[in-house]
Write a protein that binds this ligand. Structure first.
Ligand SMILES: NC(=O)c1ccc[n+]([C@@H]2O[C@H](COP(=O)([O-])OP(=O)(O)OC[C@H]3O[C@@H](n4cnc5c(N)ncnc54)[C@H](OP(=O)(O)O)[C@@H]3O)[C@@H](O)[C@H]2O)c1
Length: 305
């Protein structure tokens, strides 16, 4: 049984979404390497079982969701009270367990690094994936035009169902040419890129004057950035990492969470859960991501509901 520190809450876990980063962490390749043995799981939702001595905002019995260092794929998890949020009425534990990492990561990248405006075009790669699909919804909630890029018609259909205005199938179409055609030759203003690898070059070419590419993740490999391609069109490449942002800028983290919860209450965000598995199938849940078979979020449920 984990013990909550003074500023932590102990959560009886109901649902925890898996993230691609869980697979990197269990492989020992993540930026932080927890001491063995550990349970993976970077977020969770459940019921507060106990509070540390300094916690004032929560009490046992509260329905909460939280960002975790790890440990969500377990019956009990501890979370910092500052990164724990009450679950809004109407949100299920499964939705809540899939909410914090994907939505808040995408929001901090697009809002604070990308500075997307409602007059701009957002290009999202891996647009049916965990963070990608939330980026589509966030771009729409900010009033922007959203171009979703993914590897199959089925995944693009999911992105369209979540608000994408136009699509690119990068398995069959040249990314930059298609984005230029969709934007009348102007290019995208912001590109949200959780994929990297071979797609990165086309993503950079898809940016117009003053375009910003958001480096979110590298599931297809870490790309190199040719500096001359930034200079000529006044482009910028910007990193964004929720893990480090939450430590550096906790006030902006809170602002992101508040805006997301407001949008959820207004019905503008629709968490997409495509697979639900029990705790003892957590490895299979992660494999759905690493084998590129999932869209939206894959959730491990301890008690459905
Ligand atoms: N910076 C941050 O704050 C932050 C926060 C959360 C996640 N991330 C990172 O973002 C990336 C995506 O995480 P996620 O949890 O959203 O993963 P996910 O749900 O598995 O989505 C990844 C998407 O990438 C695409 N993809 C392209 N090549 C792939 C490959 N070789 N293997 C797997 N997928 C591939 C897939 O879409 P197609 O098949 O359509 O190409 C898939 O939908 C990870 O690198 C993760 O660490 C970063």
């Amino acid at each position: 049984m984990p013990e909550p520190a003074a500023d932590q809450v102990l959560i009886r876990v109901k649902a925890t979404a898996v993230n691609y980063a869980d697979s990197i962490m269990v492989a020992g390749h993540y930026q932080t390497k927890p001491a063995l043995p550990f349970s993976p799981g970077l977020e969770t939702a459940g019921i507060v079982a106990a509070c540390g001595a300094a916690v004032t905002g929560f009490k046992p019995g509260d329905r909460v969701m939280a960002i975790l260092d790890h440990g969500g794929l377990a019956e009990f998890a501890v979370a910092s009270a500052a990164e724990t949020y009450l679950i809004p009425d109407g949100m299920s534990f499964a939705e809540a367990g899939a909410f914090t990492i994907a939505y808040i990561s995408s929001h901090v990248a697009i809002r604070w690094q990308g500075r997307l405006t409602g007059q701009e075009t957002l290009l999202v790669l891996g647009a049916a994936g965990g963070v990608g699909l939330t980026a589509v919804e966030i771009g729409k909630a900010m009033g922007a035009r959203v171009i979703a890029a993914a590897s199959s018609p089925e995944k693009l259909a999911v992105a369209v169902a979540h608000g994408a205005d136009a699509t690119v199938n990068y398995s069959t179409e040249p990314l930059a040419e298609r984005v230029m055609a969709l934007t009348g030759g102007k290019g995208a203003d912001v590109c949200f890129d959780p994929v990297g690898g071979a797609l990165f070059d086309g993503a950079l070419s898809s940016l117009g004057w003053g375009g910003r590419i958001l480096l979110i993740g590298f599931v297809a490999g870490v790309p190199q950035i040719p500096a001359n391609r930034l200079l000529v069109k006044h482009r910028a490449a910007l990193g964004s990492s929720l893990r480090y942002f939450r430590w550096q800028q906790p006030e902006k983290l809170r602002a992101s969470a508040q805006e997301l919860l407001r949008w959820y209450g207004e019905g503008r965000l629709k968490p997409c859960i495509t697979h639900r598995l029990p705790l003892d199938r957590s490895v299979e849940a992660m494999r759905l991501l690493t084998e590129r078979r999932a869209s939206g979020k894959v959730v491990v449920e301890l008690e459905p509901g």
